[in-house]
Design a protein around this ligand. Structure first.
Ligand code: CMP
Length: 138
């Protein structure tokens, strides 16, 4: 069993895609074991994406991620990190496979609707960044 952090980013929430994303998670048997809506401050977004601090897109990304509400979720299942990444599609929606969330809904490499952890260690950091143990079911 594995866990991953999922975020429906501010563009996804703004455009009414919460239901669309959750429908796809459930259809693929990715179990939601925690969920809440948050509005990150700039500092919180900077802490979350600290690994990208030196990248040229850091300032723009953290401004975008703190621009409106987002939905954060913990997903659990076998190989859930990889399975969720498959549902999302490539970071750059132009390279994403047909039928993926980003291919169908992303409008920009930054405004790409969803985020998912890329490895077990990252997932552990990202889950603990938003959730304490009482907020995670079972
Ligand atoms: P995410 O999976 O949340 O991880 C980092 C985010 O930075 C990425 O999705 C995009 O929203 C954003 N981003 C903006 N420009 C780039 C880029 N050139 N390469 C990778 N990520 C980018």
């Amino acid at each position: 069993m594995e866990r991953t952090l999922s975020i429906i980013k501010p563009d996804g929430v703004e455009r009414g895609l919460i239901g669309e994303v959750i429908k796809r998670l459930e259809a693929d048997d990715l179990k939601i074991i925690a969920m809440k809506m948050i509005h990150m401050t700039k500092a919180q977004a900077e802490g979350f994406y600290a690994v990208h601090k030196q990248r040229p897109f850091f300032e723009s990304l953290t401004t975008f991620m703190s621009s409106g509400p987002a939905v954060v979720m913990v997903l659990e299942g076998e190989n859930v990190i990889g399975r969720y990444r498959e549902l999302m599609g490539a970071t750059n929606y132009k390279e994403a496979a047909e039928g993926t969330i980003r291919k169908e809904f992303a409008t920009d490499i930054e405004k790409n609707v969803v985020h998912g952890s890329d490895a077990p260690q990252t997932a552990a950091f990202e889950i603990a960044y938003f959730f304490n143990s009482f907020e995670i079911v079972r």
